[in-house]
Design a protein around this ligand. Structure first.
Ligand code: CMP
Length: 143
């Protein structure tokens, strides 16, 4: 299996509850290397652009409102099969349906405020990483 990268966002609810460190620790324990990480306040246009694929959904306004409420951590994760592995560790979108031991089960509160975001495919991971990080700001892929 190939070494991949994926994008994690630690969302406002988790940052507000001081869960960022615990979430990063879960990710490291699951074998991910944190190759880039920054704390930032998403502006409305940046949040709308990131979630543009959900623009027609009834929850879009609520989603943008939530993601701009307070700062997030934007994190690039690397490991073998990173996209699929992170989706396992992250858990289902609705924390109530997430498996025990997953980040969303441990730290998510609701389908809207679910602690973390994760890329859903390798193609989208590349787009999402590029949305937040210039290639020159991310360390080279581990050998
Ligand atoms: P995320 O992985 O960040 O991608 C899109 C987000 O939309 C998703 O996580 C959820 O937090 C959010 N979302 C999905 N369904 C709903 C919903 N019914 N109400 C509010 N937010 C939702």
């Amino acid at each position: 299996m190939a070494i991949e990268r994926t994008l994690c966002i630690i969302k406002p609810d988790a940052v507000e509850k001081k869960r960022s460190g615990a979430i990063l620790a879960m990710l490291e324990e699951a074998g991910f290397t944190i190759v880039a990480c920054k704390r930032m306040a998403l502006s409305r246009p940046v949040a709308e652009g990131f979630y543009a694929v959900h623009k027609a959904r009834p929850f879009f306004g609520e989603l943008v409102e939530f993601m701009t409420r307070s700062p997030v951590f934007v994190v690039v994760l690397e490991r073998e099969d990173a996209v699929a592995k992170y989706r396992q560790v992250m858990g289902a979108t609705d924390p109530a349906k997430a498996d025990a031991g997953t980040i969303r089960k441990a730290h998510g509160g609701s389908v809207g405020e679910n602690a973390v975001h994760g890329s859903d495919s390798l193609d989208n991971a590349k787009i999402e990483i590029g949305y937040f990080f210039a290639a020159s700001k991310v360390a080279p892929v581990a050998g």
